[in-house]
Design a binder for this molecule. Structure first.
Ligand SMILES: Cc1ncc(C[n+]2csc(CCOP(=O)(O)OP(=O)(O)O)c2C)c(N)n1
Ligand SMILES: [Mg+2]
Length: 333
């Protein structure tokens, strides 16, 4: 690794975020299996390094658009874990007062603009936000995450073309976990070099090891600087691996055992811990402390969520329509 890396405090924050993400994810999967969540949960195990790099590279004024696989992205953008967990349970303390659920986390107050359940639908939203940033003459950048499967959706190609043509300040972060639900990438794409495909639209496109938080941080920093300078969008393919099933309750016995074992041997958070300790960047005592802090934060967030009341029928129409009364009037006509 080159010398270019975050300072010691930032490295510690990255590690803490990765552990928080792993622990919150694993507990959410257990809760999903127990049938206690408001809707399906999509695990982010394997994406921890990409999320930590996003957290360390973004500026507070930047905006993020994510997918249903959004827990790590939300934490990276500073959405409170308590409000994320309450939303997963469908409670009033959630980001959307329990009406959005796991697939629709959003908190515009910290720039976490939207998450969507439709594959590929975040990219056009990000392009629109990028156009707004450009028209505002602001220096904010919009970062959008999406899976490898989203690169086979038609609008993705329309967006990449338009974003390149208009030099929109958007960083497209493809979380290539090598699976689209039950289908391995080689079975749905003849060209699996996603960065190369994106480059054909005339934008800067690169591929990085998404299990390596420092390499990903370096690539993201450079991508964000490029987009911020007005030089146009960047497509960053982060090569990772899905360490769990597609959803929290899905069987994943079809994943080749040796492939999964090889990926688990590089599990991002434990591998980062080993590297930080070996390089003498964070002491093992501090790493233990960070893990204890992350664990306490996760326990606190789940306790908060479970104690938070559910919305009742009087809340059904609030925050749903701009003019709720109009809807009631229309209904009773
Ligand atoms: C347009 C559309 N088609 C199909 C689905 C069903 N679906 C949900 S997730 C998913 C897999 C997408 O794979 P990828 O983009 O690689 O994201 P990953 O789930 O691996 O993070 C599919 C096919 C959907 N939600 N939207
Ligand atoms: Mg995928």
């Amino acid at each position: 690794m080159s010398e270019d890396r975050p300072d010691a405090d930032a490295l510690a924050r990255m590690y803490r975020l990765m552990v928080t993400t792993t622990l919150a994810d694993e507990k959410s999967v257990r809760e999903a299996k127990a049938g206690r969540l408001q809707a399906a949960f999509y695990p982010v195990r394997g994406l921890e390094a990409v999320c930590a790099a996003i957290a360390a590279a973004l500026r507070p004024g930047d905006q993020v658009v994510s997918t249903y696989r959004n827990l790590g992205d939300a934490l990276a953008k500073g959405v409170s874990l308590r409000s994320i967990m309450a939303e997963l349970y469908g409670r009033l303390g959630g980001t959307s007062k329990g009406k959005g659920g796991p697939m629709h986390l959003h908190d515009a107050s910290v720039g976490f603009m939207a998450t969507t359940g439709i594959v590929g639908s975040g990219l056009p939203i990000a392009a629109g936000l990028g156009l707004a940033a450009q028209l505002d003459q602001s220096d904010r950048v919009v970062l959008t995450t999406f899976g490898d499967g989203a690169t086979s959706i038609g609008t993705t190609h329309e967006v990449l073309n338009l974003a390149a043509l208009w030099s929109l300040p958007v960083v497209f972060v493809c979380q290539n976990n090598q699976w689209g639900e039950h289908t391995p990438i080689a079975e749905y794409a003849a060209s699996t070099d996603l960065a190369r495909r994106a480059a054909a639209y005339g934008l800067r496109a690169e591929r990085v090891d998404g299990f390596d938080p420092i390499a990903t941080w370096r690539a993201l920093n450079s991508a964000l600087a490029h987009a911020r300078s007005g030089a146009g969008p960047v497509f960053l393919e982060c090569v990772t691996y899905r360490l769990t099933g597609h959803s929290g309750t899905a069987d994943f016995g079809y994943v080749p055992k040796e492939e999964l074992a090889a990926a688990l041997a590089r599990d991002p958070a434990p591998a980062f811990r080993t590297w930080l300790a070996e390089e003498g960047l964070v002491t093992t005592e501090r790493l233990d402390e960070l893990e204890a802090e992350a664990s306490a934060e996760v326990e606190d967030a789940f306790a908060f969520a479970e104690a938070s009341p559910a919305p009742d029928e009087n809340d059904l129409l609030t925050d749903v329509f701009a003019d709720g009364d109009l809807f009631v009037r229309e209904l009773s006509r």
